[in-house]
Design a protein around this ligand. Structure first.
Ligand code: GDP
Length: 203
């Protein structure tokens, strides 16, 4: 897929504030610093498209970018843990839960995972949660340029084994690097595949 245009459209504080359009949407989420902004810029080949949304105070907002005037990339606020008494509980803002759970235009969620790390409990907790939602998701392992391909593959394998503990069908995944461009075509192909399928089914 060729990116002909990529424009920041709007930020929304909650589901009700999201645009009322018919564009199919592809959302990105992950822990802060996982490389989400870099991936958005790499995918769209824009130097600082994602920076538009990086101004202080906007990090808790849902940011929409319109691509090729045909679909939207949605930058979701990340997740973290909240301390509840002595327990730690997975937490992300209500807008994210509503968006992922209820947004009709949402076609696919790309969950970004740092390829350098062993499986992080918080990522696994989030995947368990999203596995219970209606929407499909795929994994994008980021920052692959930071280590050898063998090491990345080992980490991916360990991660997929962890997911297999509760999910029978392994998720689709892409290994990516915003720095080298690895995985860019594969992520765009994933999106193009969903768009083509929806066109065929008339959705
Ligand atoms: P975000 O908080 O998830 O949006 O993460 P950023 O995109 O701001 O990236 C966090 C840091 O990781 C920045 O210093 C980026 O330059 C760096 N980074 C992101 N993606 C990559 C990558 O693919 N390779 C390398 N080497 N660094 C990356």
């Amino acid at each position: 897929m060729k990116i002909k245009s990529a424009e920041f459209e709007v930020s929304a504080p909650n589901l009700r504030g999201c645009p009322e359009w018919a564009l199919p949407e592809f959302a990105m989420i992950g822990r802060s610093n996982v490389g989400k902004s870099s991936l958005i810029n790499a995918l769209t080949e824009r130097r600082d498209l994602a920076k538009v949304s990086d101004t202080p105070g906007k990090t808790k907002l849902i940011n929409f970018f319109v691509i090729n005037r045909a679909w939207a990339l949605v930058d979701l606020p990340g997740y973290g843990y909240a301390e509840v008494g002595k327990q730690r509980r997975l937490e992300f803002n209500e807008a994210v839960a509503d968006f992922i759970g209820q947004r009709r235009q949402l076609q696919l969620v790309l969950v970004l995972i740092d390829s350098r790390l062993p499986p992080q409990r918080i990522d696994l907790d989030f995947l368990r949660w999203i596995g219970g939602c209606r929407v499909s998701y795929a994994l994008v392992f980021t920052k692959a340029d930071k280590q050898s391909a063998t090491r990345t593959q080992e980490n991916v394998n360990v991660f997929l084994r962890a997911v297999a503990e509760w999910q029978e069908v392994p998720p689709e995944f892409v290994v990516s690097s915003a720095k080298s461009g690895t995985g860019r075509a594969a992520v765009l192909a994933l999106i193009a595949g969903v768009l083509a399928k929806n066109n065929r089914s008339g959705a």
